[in-house]
Design a protein around this ligand. Sequence first.
Ligand code: G1P
Length: 303
Amino acid sequence: MKAIIPAAGLGTRFLPATRCMPKELLPVLDKPVIQYVVEEALEPAGVDGVCIINSHEKPQIEEYFSVDEAFEKMLASRGKDALAAKVHEAASLPVTFAYQDDPKGLGHAVLCGAEAAGDEPFFVLLGDYFVPDRKMCVRMADVSAAHGGASVIAVAPVPEDQVSRYGIVAGECIGAHADYPGATGEEEGAIWKLSGLVEKPKREEAPSHLFIVGRYLLTPRVMELLKTQTPGAGGEIQLTDSLQRLLEEEEMYALVVDPDEGCDTGTPAAWAATNARMALSADPATVAAFNEALGRDGRDLLG
Ligand code: G1P
């Protein structure tokens, strides 16, 4: 079973930084953002590989996930074995690439991974966000297994004035994940049976306040539907529109999550906050060094 990570975007929100460097390789502490997403994708039982949907403009991502023996030897020869091991570990992750050189929307990006996904269920993880404890996709797999292998998407409450920025779901709460006994409605851990999905609805047309967070476990049928998907919101081929068509053929479920369980790296401010959050939850030496670095400027910025 594979996971697909769309990563072909230009990273315009991070310009000028991303003019010569893909935003996916921006570091959070000592690892690029996309490595956190890849490691999260590999966490659920049965996921044995990740397909990154890249553009040919960003060969650096492919380079990062390729073993460079000469470089590792050079590090080792300088006594930097621990660093050589970290570099090797990242480069050895089971990552393949497919290309989307003409970005036509998220649905189109996912379809570019059809060959990698094969005739099996697959995960989709949007790359501007990662979950440090890697449990979100694992719980989604639990929900799918409890419902005959149905598709499951992660959703979360969003303020009413923001519904038009996201995909929004309709449905009813039917239970809770075992990790959240008694969760109901829009509470974390609640499970919904879906009756509809709509991409970027107007505020008055949104069927609920639950938005699609960017973690999907989907049956392979959606790849067939994506092949004939016409453009929707923003003139783009929307994954949400094909999921609505999938729902007309198959049952579909949603797991309510706490989006703060994950870290947002989609804007410079969010990325900076994620670095601070990860530094403050790292090993004690890193926490101390981070606080000292802030304090040295005479500003105890984070309290
Ligand atoms: C995409 C999806 C949307 C989802 C969102 C989460 O939108 O189409 O359904 O809610 O990601 O970030 P985008 O952010 O690409 O406009």
